[in-house]
Design a protein around this ligand. Structure first.
Ligand code: UDP
Length: 496
């Protein structure tokens, strides 16, 4: 009797919270659809998401975490720097990528022993070396993009048309090519690959080359959010685009929602109790993702701006280092900030249970740095957003949710975050601007009501996409079917 083995997906996430979190969500999703899944991980990261790994094991889902040594010392990284959010300086990016590249061999060795044999490699686009892994097993090599199709399309078009090279300076606005609508940006607002001061050229080139040679893209978005851009991305790249998101919605149980990525630095019950005590739709949630660290001077302006908006708020504070943390704490103390905002402000220092917060009906607005996960989580929650992009493709995400989808108000920031002490940490946005943006999001008359309505509608569409019959649900099933061992895979690994 011929018994069909389930397909085996090998997932290789970029080691950064914003990339690992959706990949682990995807692992559970693929497993729930009947696939066997292996996720490549390193010891420090495995310890950080220990609860998630244990829960996967307890639930009996066939998701296996393959722990691989990450050679920090050999490449000049401080011990334990196995995640981008642990790097003391951005100048260590090349070292980090060198260390990651060494995962290939031990990963391949472990996979040689695994049954069923791998049927597909889905790798973060930042790790183009995984192509060798896929080719050595003769299986398809798909790239996972933690971006939206709009941002991917913009980047693809810029690579093709080089429009950004025809402007005089980083601050001159120009129109993004081939979008069918007029969207302006500056070079400074584009991801690093388009910067005029590119320091990691070779890594960028490998990533771009990977994008050109991959067998398809898996994207954490859903078709109904950006149908034209999904279509145009497929047309422009000639690649199959599997939209499988929002991946955050695969977390159905309260426990999963509470803990994704790191362990929250606030007691979940306390957080829920606080939210329960607030009116529906009244709270603003302010958070800037996992990587960015704003300067103490900027954090103070945010705190005072949230306070001045007059709305209840949850404010997630992450500081660069001990010194910055002490400065912020001293200021909070001297100002009597927490005491003064006792009844309407909740401060979370460190890791927030973001999904838990966003899923609560008391939350009515999200001040976000427009990281794609956060943006999509805001969309799922059906809340309008204040956009404050900081780096990477976040300025493009801001265009999508503001100008195109009409569910966000810009805080009014036009240049990326300043990363290092030496570059002088300036205040980019003052308290009155924060307060103005939050107030116009939360009251703002008819315009704000319309924005809220659109946000609610997108939230509903997001939920429909992931249930039986929905576009993403169907795509996951099709993706699995297309790589299952019963279907022939041609010699170079491309999908039939
Ligand atoms: N996140 C969280 N708590 C935090 C900070 C971040 O749960 O305190 C999660 C957030 O829900 C999202 C991810 O971490 O899933 C951050 O990814 P995003 O793309 O928004 O931003 P990045 O961290 O990559 O800048």
């Amino acid at each position: 009797v011929h018994r069909e083995e389930p397909p085996h997906f090998v997932l290789v996430p970029l080691l950064a919270p914003g990339h690992m979190i959706p990949m682990v969500d995807m692992a559970r999703l693929l497993a729930a659809h009947g696939a066997v899944v292996s996720v490549a991980i390193t010891p420090v990261n495995a310890a950080r998401i220990g609860d998630v790994i244990r829960r996967c094991a307890d639930s009996g889902l066939p998701v296996h975490f393959i722990e691989l040594p990450f050679p920090c010392r050999e490449v000049g990284l401080p011990e334990g720097c196995e995640n981008l959010d642990l790097l003391p300086s951005r100048s260590l990016f090349p070292n980090f990528h060198r260390a990651a590249r060494t995962l290939l061999e031990p990963l391949e060795q472990q996979l040689r022993r695994s049954r069923p044999a791998p049927s597909c490699v889905v790798s973060d686009s930042a790790f183009p070396w995984t192509r060798e892994l896929a080719r050595s097993f003769g299986v398809p090599w798909l790239l996972f993009h933690g971006f939206c199709c709009f941002a991917l399309l913009c980047q693809h078009n810029l690579h093709e048309h080089k429009t950004h090279l025809h402007v005089a300076s980083d601050s001159d606005p120009f129109v993004l090519p081939c979008l069918g609508q007029r969207i302006e940006v500056t070079r400074a607002q584009l991801p690093g690959a388009f910067s005029s001061t590119l320091k990691i050229q070779d890594i960028r080139e490998q990533i771009r080359n990977g994008e050109l040679t991959a067998d398809g893209f898996v994207v954490n978005t859903f078709a109904e959010l950006e149908p034209a851009f999904v279509h145009d991305l497929q047309e422009a790249t000639g690649k199959k685009v599997w939209t499988v998101g929002p991946l955050s919605l695969c977390n159905k149980k309260a426990l999963d929602v509470a803990e994704r990525g790191d362990k929250a630095s606030i007691d979940n019950a306390r957080c829920l109790k606080w939210l329960d005590s607030m009116d529906p739709g009244s709270v603003v949630y302010a958070s800037f993702g996992s990587i960015a660290r704003l300067a103490p001077s900027q954090l103070k302006e945010i705190g005072l701006g949230l306070e001045a908006s007059g709305h209840p708020f949850i404010w997630v504070i992450k500081t660069r280092d001990e010194k910055a943390s002490r400065e912020v704490e001293r200021w909070l103390e001297e100002e009597g900030f927490e005491e003064r905002n006792r009844t309407k402000g909740l401060l979370i220092r460190g890791w927030a249970p973001q999904l838990l917060i966003l899923s609560h009906p008391a939350v009515g607005g999200f001040l976000t740095h427009c990281g794609w996960n956060s943006t999509l989580e805001g969309v799922c929650a059906g809340v309008p957003m204040v956009s404050w992009p900081l780096f990477g493709e976040q300025f493009l995400n801001e265009k999508l949710i503001g100008q195109i989808l009409g569910v966000a108000v810009g805080v009014g920031v036009y240049t990326p975050i300043v990363w290092t002490e030496e570059e002088k940490a300036e205040v980019l946005v003052r308290r009155d601007e924060v307060a103005r943006a939050v107030a116009s999001l939360m009251h703002g008359g008819e315009e704000a009501a319309e924005r809220r309505r659109r946000a609610r509608e997108l939230g509903e569409k997001a939920r429909r996409a992931v249930v039986e019959g929905g576009s993403s649900h169907t795509n996951v099933a099709l993706l699995i079917r297309s790589v299952s061992v019963s279907s022939p895979v041609v010699a170079d690994g491309t999908l039939p």
